[in-house]
Each structure stands twice: as C-alpha cells, then as structure tokens.
Ligand binder design. Structure first.
Ligand code: AMP
Length: 614
C-alpha cells in the first residue's frame, strides 16, 4: 500500500497533508501555498482554473466562478438552503432529473461532487508532485453533521478525482486526533469548528490513545460565508442610501463587494476599524460612483450577532447528548477560519465557561488529523484508536407518516441495529420502506434517503408477519438498509442513491471525463513548456545569426533559415511532438551559427592581442 494522504475538503479552502514517520506535514500546492481555495472557474476562453488562479479572476467572471460548492453537496434543488443559495450565488443552479441540485456552467450541468472533484484532483496532483510518487489512497474529511447524502457526495467527489477514498472522517474528530495524539493525560474536550460553510460541535474524550466521540451536533448551513453575506448586505444598503443606486443586480459589483466584505471581516479580527474602498463600483447620470466606507469591529459584531447565537443551541445539545455539563470539559479547541473572529472566542467562552484553546492552526489541523487517520488505517500508527458517532438518527416512516428511529443519533459507528415491523392490512403483499435521517417526529420533516419495496410477503392477517429492518452504518458514516420477511425469507436492500446522489454509471462517466481532462491538462502544460523552450531558442539564435550571417556558408545559411521558419510556424500551430521536432531542427541548424560566432570571437581576440605599434 502506498502513502495515504489526508484531505480537508473545505467550503472555502482545502488542505492536504501526509505523515513522514510519525510527523505530519502539510503539502504545499503547485503555487507553493499550504491551503488551496476551493474554487473552480470556467473562463470564456474555455480554460478551467482551480484554486488561487480561479479566485483571482472571480471579479471579472462571476457567473463562471464556482465557490462554496460544498454547501450544495447532497442537497435537493427544492430545499430551503438551495433556494437561499440561488438568491445569493452569482452562478446558476438547476434541478437534476432526480431532484438533486446541479450547477449550470460552461454549457453543462455539473453535479456538486463533480466540481469538488476538480479541487481534489488538484490536491492529488500537488501531493504527487511533492512526494514524487503516485498517490491513490486518501482520507477525506467532512463536517460531523453531514447526513448520508452529503457523505456519499463527498465520497463520490473523491472517487471522481481518481482517489481511493479509504475513509470519510469527521472534521472535528480529525482535529481532535491531531491535537490529542501526543497528550498523556485523559481529557474530555469540545471541538468548536466554524469554517467557511458549516458549523460542528463535537464532544469527545481521549485516554491512552483511544479517541471516543461522545456526541456531535451542528448546522451544515452556518459559516464564514454567512458572515460575509451580512457585511455585504450592510454595505449595499448603505450605498443605496447614500447614492440611490442598487448594486444587488450587478453581478460584477456584487463579486467585488463580496471580496471586500470578506477582507474587511478578516481584518477586523485584529483591527478595530477598517476601510472598504471600491472605486468605480457603479455610476449614474452624474458620473462614476465609488464605494468608500468604514466598518468597525463592533458594527461587524452587531451585524453577525444572530449568526453567533445560532452556535449556542448545538453546543448545548451536544453537551446534553454527552450527558455532561460545561464544567466537565477540560479544553475547547477552535477549528475553522471563522473562529479567528474574537467575538467567536468570546461566544465559546460564554457557552463553555473557559477560554478556548487556539494553539492549533485552524486551517491545517483537519488535514493533519486525516493524515494521521490514514496512518492508523495503514498500520503505521498503532497506538491510536478512533471511535466516532453518527450525527443524526436513522429510521423509517411508519403508519400515519410518523418517523420511527432505529439507530439513535450519537450511536458509536460502525453499528448495526435491527427492528421488527409488521403489516397494517390483511394479506398485504408488500411493504414500502422509506428510509429517513433526522430528528423530527414527522417523516416528511426529515431527510429522505431512499425508498424501496419489500415484495412477496405470504398472505397473513394484519399484524402477524415479521419484517426485520436492519440498518448498518459503516465507519464512514454511510448507511445500508435491508428488510427481510421472516416467513418467506424475501430480502431487499435499499439503493440509497436511487432517490438522491449520483448513480454508479454517472460516477464512472465523471471519472472518465475527469481523467480525460487531466490528460488534456498535462498535454497543455507540456505544450506550454516546449513552446517556451522553442521561443527562447528562436530569440537567442536569431540574434546570433543576425550578428554573424556573413561568416556562414550560403548553404548553411539556407538550412538555418528553413529551420527558423519551421520553428516560427510550429509556435503558431504545432502540438508538443511537432514543437520538439522543430526545436531539434533549429538546434542542429544553429550549430553553424555558433561556430561562426566562435570564429568571430577568435578573430576579435587575436586583433586585441596584436600589440599596437608604439
Ligand atoms: P475554513 O473553511 O476553515 O478555511 O474557513 C474559512 C472561513 O474563515 C472563511 O469564511 C474566511 O473568511 C474565514 N476567516 C479566515 N480568516 C479569518 C479571520 N482572520 N477572521 C475572520 N474570519 C476568517
């Protein structure tokens, strides 16, 4: 088995790490940065950009720049979250045939895992370039509060990127692993993880290398993006008040305001006041309009107060589920970039009654924890054991549209549980098993994971058949359901992906197109390399030729000029192979130019050596 890398696929930024011996290291990307913006862009020229390059051009290409895609993974188009995202995102969303959300860009409908796969592919390539070896195996993290569809989506993204996803682990659990692996004493900790798009709180204990998650809770639609949005709304309203101009419908202006809002928000984590300056943001009859305004930390805190308050409920629920009170928590770890905001720390201190620990790097700790988990799976690290939980209850719809839980939330995983059900009518031949995930008593208020029919039940009075419904959650938190009629032995397994997510054939098609794109990408890079080499050779030899052409035999001159023409033409049209050939021809033909240069140099030397008559 090769190396297993750890990947934190974040809403805003992603990070990849590996273990060398027992030491974790973050792998820098191709641009030398330790984290990569989780952004993919499709330009008018048909180029595909990832990471920092995609981020840099987002202002001029708002409709083609896909960010915060993680918030769409595993979601239905018809959902409150996607409705809200449609209002604020500059790119277009649509519905797939099965109701899943799709992103419309570059004349194609993209599934969110397919877009995330492009980011993962870049991280895989960065790791391969850095480690000088092929990397296939990875641990990919996801928010602890992700449901089954979101986990499946995350795993699909990895598979499409050409990765063998060994395990999906929860981000806070990964962070705790990185924090606690060298600590000697038993501790009970809370991990407060507020990233770009999601919020998780996990309570866990570790002792002598055993990490046990006691409970987890969160909000998969609460993160830094929402803080930026609050600032944006404030700036836009203020601008309208002073100029009468509405910026809401101007996508390019909105993108500029978004960037400035995020920058101001981050600056206000250290400064108490900052200025936003966006010249020529709009204009009217009176001329161009500039957006220049100040934002104070206290105003930011006031704007985001409601968002901060939303973290309290999940924290209290996680404590209650762990059957602990705040005073029993030894340390609170802060994870996720948004926790750098001082008011977040203050909120955490209010909830847990202690100053949180911010000794770890919130941008890197999750990827490092994932890499450690990789080494545990590989057997390189043997003194650590991780025991995680399922974040949401699982069960089926029963009579009257009620939800019957089979596996309760915060059950340790992997887990299997069986419950026996029966029919409601005499001689009922089949039952419809509707699998759901969530905490609400009414089925339709929970997340539907799939529906399947168990048929062939022998005739029997209502209430007499025994139908065993078993739920299995694997270590990735991914669910499998079977229903068996005891009398007939008939068995059905749920196809969770039938009502949501990508089908096997869709994934295969996407893997193929991702691979194809990667090959094309390499070919493009190769071409640029040979073009650059040839351009330099053309420039150097042309200059030398101009200098010494009189010293070259006419036949050699002709050969050189032909090779030079071929080289210039190759630059315009050729592929890598033709560029290489043209390079070799010109290189060969330019030897006579070099000889002539040496000859001229020798003559000049000799002239310089002849003593002048005194
Ligand atoms: P993550 O998903 O952990 O990379 O977190 C990204 C989020 O953290 C984004 O919304 C960033 O704007 C936010 N963030 C990063 N640095 C800071 C900072 N210094 N102050 C406030 N928020 C920050």
């Amino acid at each position: 088995m090769g190396r297993i890398i750890g990947i934190d696929l974040g809403t805003t930024n992603s990070c990849v790490a590996y273990l060398e011996g027992s030491e974790p290291h973050v792998i820098p990307n191709q641009e030398g940065a330790r984290t990569t913006p989780s952004i993919v862009a499709f330009t008018d020229k048909g180029e595909r950009l990832v990471g920092q390059l995609a981020k840099r051009q987002s202002i001029i290409n708002p409709k083609g720049t896909l960010y915060a895609v993680k918030r769409l993974i595993g979601r239905k188009y018809q959902s409150a979250e996607v409705e809200e995202a449609t209002r604020r995102l500059p790119y277009s969303l649509s519905s797939a045939a099965n109701g899943d959300v799709r992103i419309k860009v570059a004349e194609k409908d993209w599934s969110p895992p397919e877009v995330s796969a492009i980011v993962l592919q870049k991280l895989k390539e960065a790791a391969e370039a850095f480690l000088h070896e092929k990397v296939d195996d990875a641990i990919v993290t996801c928010p602890a509060y992700f449901n089954d569809s979101q986990r499946q989506g995350t795993r699909d993204a990895g598979i499409i990127a050409g990765l063998n996803v060994m395990r999906i682990i929860n981000e806070p659990t990964a962070a705790a692993l990185a924090y606690g692996r060298n600590r000697k004493n038993a501790e009970t900790i809370a991990v407060f993880d507020l990233g770009g798009g999601t919020f998780d709180i996990s309570i866990m204990e570790f002792e002598e290398g055993v990490f046990k998650v006691l409970s987890t809770a969160g909000d998969t639609y609460l993160g830094g993006e929402d803080f930026d949005q609050r600032v944006m709304e404030h700036i836009i309203a203020e601008f309208k008040e002073t100029t009468g101009i509405e910026l809401k419908n101007d996508k390019m202006a909105l993108q500029r305001v978004k960037e400035a809002a995020e920058k101001a928000k981050c600056e206000l984590s250290t400064a108490v006041e900052t200025e936003l300056n966006l010249p020529f943001i709009s204009g009217d009859k009176t001329g161009p309009k500039h957006l220049v305004t100040k934002l104070t930390r206290s105003k930011l805190e006031q704007l985001c107060d409601g968002l901060l308050e939303r973290t309290r409920g999940p924290c209290e629920q996680a404590l209650a589920d762990a059957k602990l009170t705040a005073d029993k928590i030894d340390a609170v770890l802060l994870v996720g970039g948004q926790t750098r905001m001082p008011k977040v720390s203050q909120m955490v201190e209010k909830i847990f009654g202690k100053i949180p620990n911010n000794s770890i790097n919130p941008d890197e700790v999750v990827a490092i924890g994932a890499a450690i988990q990789g080494s545990i799976i590989k057997g390189d690290v043997q003194d650590l054991i991780l025991m995680d939980v399922t974040p949401l209850s699982l069960g089926i719809e029963t009579k009257g549209g009620t939800f019957t839980k089979i596996i309760e939330r915060n059950t340790s995983i992997p887990a299997t549980k069986t419950m026996t059900f029966t029919t409601v009518q005499d001689n009922q031949k089949m039952v419809r098993v509707h699998v759901l995930q969530g905490e609400r008593e009414i089925s339709e208020l929970n997340k539907s994971l799939g529906v399947f029919m168990l048929t062939g039940i022998p005739d029997a009075p209502a209430g007499t058949p025994h139908i065993d419904v078993s739920f299995t959650i694997d270590a990735n938190g991914i669910v499998q359901v079977t229903a068996v009629d005891r009398a007939s032995g008939n068995k059905q397994e749920v196809q969770i992906t039938a009502s949501s997510g990508l089908t096997e054939s869709e994934i295969q098609r996407m893997i193929e197109s991702a691979r194809q794109y990667s090959d094309e990408d390499k070919a493009r890079k190769d071409k640029i390399k040979y073009q650059t080499r040839l351009e330099s050779l053309i420039a150097a030899t042309q200059a030398a030729f101009n200098e010494v052409q009189n010293l070259i035999k006419p036949q050699d001159r002709q050969t050189f000029e032909t090779a030079m023409d071929e080289a210039k033409k190759a630059l315009e049209t050729a592929d890598s192979e033709e560029l290489k050939i043209a390079y070799n021809h010109l290189d060969l033909a330019s030897r006579n130019v070099s000889n002539a240069l040496m000859q001229q140099f020798g003559t000049e030397q000799k002239k310089a050596e002849i003593p002048k008559p005194s």
